[in-house]
Design a protein around this ligand. Structure first.
Ligand code: SF4
Ligand code: SF4
Length: 95
């Protein structure tokens, strides 16, 4: 049980509380997206900076190459597009 006092100075948590492992796989966060990342393969130099920064493990890599996105889990946060040093990722409206 989480208890937060009115002045938010103290927070009490149950000892031993935990979240079950791998539950993130149950939440297909791709449904949250309003913009999706699209790769310009000709600009990409496979530096993997986008892979390091993606909070949803949605950068797809094969044989050392960045080949695209896992749209089931990519929530369209733009982090990959913002960190790409080659501007190889464009955010495109889903509508
Ligand atoms: S938009 Fe966000 S979630 Fe989707 S691939 Fe880029 S960094 Fe990952
Ligand atoms: S950050 Fe940009 S250049 Fe680097 S792998 Fe990702 S898309 Fe390619």
């Amino acid at each position: 049980m989480l208890a937060v006092s009115k002045d938010i100075k103290t927070i009490n948590l149950n000892i031993g509380g935990y979240a079950e492992g791998s539950t993130a796989l149950n939440n297909k966060t791709g449904g949250w997206r309003t913009f999706k990342p699209v790769l310009s393969r000709d600009k990409c130099v496979d530096c993997m900076i986008c892979w390091i920064y993606c909070p949803d493990d949605s950068i797809v890599v094969k044989d050392g190459k960045m080949i695209g996105f896992d749209y089931e889990y990519c929530k369209g946060c733009r982090v990959c597009a913002n960190v790409c040093p080659r501007s190889a990722i464009e955010m495109v409206s889903e509508r």
